[in-house]
Design a protein around this ligand. Structure first.
Ligand code: GLN
Length: 291
């Protein structure tokens, strides 16, 4: 076989090294990890397989697919958007244009809420959860997967997000306990819930365009922009939540790193009491629970 013939059929490890080199040269954050996740995802292999099977060759068709994906990452598209899915709390979730990409930090809200849900499940038997602005369904589906006594409603203004959340429920065997409702906050919501959870848009409007291009160019702004001071969604939730809560219900929220005191003030002004405040892996305030 000629030299050029060999080069035309690259191995897994060659293509991985090439992706890593191009990401590193372009200054992509976590270039090595991104290359591994992207190439593994596109080849349908685990990140361990791409090392142990590094000597295997890749079809010309796959080489073309990978080349396009590398260009998309160099244009700042996050790897999980390119792959169309990511894992959240152990659940594989599809992403779409109108869903925020679930962040590892949001798993903190899930961890924070589970003891409340388990306690409520013990006393109530069945519990009902509302996830406002559900997006991919991440928070609600993670809670349902951990809490078999629970059912949930995911609301969102975006029909695209609701389709995505619904298919994620199906994909994870949670369809029977999950329902979607098109609604701007509480607008089309009926009934009373044991837990209301949300990761609402909380970035101040003028800050949204200053975020990393991975965020500002690819996450939907409706999921990021929290109005002039970033607190609009919290005010809306605080104003109406009590009408949609069971007497022993709780509200669990993700917050921005510097919003703890402001959000507490907004909820206390509506008669809520802070039950818990939780920090994330970077020691920033990240989740609040109210009753
Ligand atoms: N955590 C997201 C970010 O920093 C913001 C998510 C939100 O506004 N709810 O990009």
């Amino acid at each position: 076989m000629s030299m050029s013939g060999k080069q035309a059929v690259p191995t897994v490890s060659q293509i991985l090294a090439e992706a890593r080199r191009r990401f590193t040269e372009a200054g992509v954050d976590s270039a090595a990890a991104d290359a591994r996740v992207l190439i593994a995802g596109l080849l349908g292999l685990s990140t361990t397989d791409i090392v142990t099977r590094g000597g295997e060759t890749i079809s010309t068709e796959k080489v073309g697919v990978i080349a396009k994906a590398i260009e998309r990452r160099l244009a700042h598209e996050p790897v999980h958007r390119i792959l169309g899915e990511r894992e959240f709390y152990g659940l594989p979730l599809s992403l779409s244009a109108e869903t925020l990409e679930p962040r590892p930090d949001t798993e903190i809200l899930v961890d924070t809420m589970l003891p409340y849900l388990r306690h409520l499940a013990n006393t109530e038997g069945h519990i009902h959860i509302l996830d406002l602005g559900t997006g991919t369904g991440a928070i609600c589906l993670a809670l349902l997967s951990e809490c078999p006594e629970a059912s949930g409603v995911g609301s969102d203004v975006s029909p695209d997000a609701l389709r995505t959340a619904q298919s994620n429920a199906e994909r994870n065997g949670l369809r029977d306990r999950f329902e979607v409702i098109q609604s701007s906050w509480f607008e089309n919501i009926h009934g009373a819930f044991h837990a209301i959870v949300s990761n609402p848009p909380y970035i101040a409007s003028k800050v949204v365009h200053t975020l990393a291009p991975e965020v500002t160019k690819f996450d939907p702004h409706a999921a990021l922009d929290g109005g002039q001071d970033g607190l609009d969604a919290y005010r809306t939730i605080a104003k109406d939540a009590a009408r949609f809560m069971k007497p022993n219900g709780v509200v669990g929220l993700e917050i921005g790193y510097d919003q703890r005191n402001d959000v507490i003030e907004v909820f206390e002004a509506e008669g809520f009491k802070l039950l818990e405040s939780v920090s994330d892996y970077g020691q920033n305030d990240r989740a609040l629970v109210f009753a």
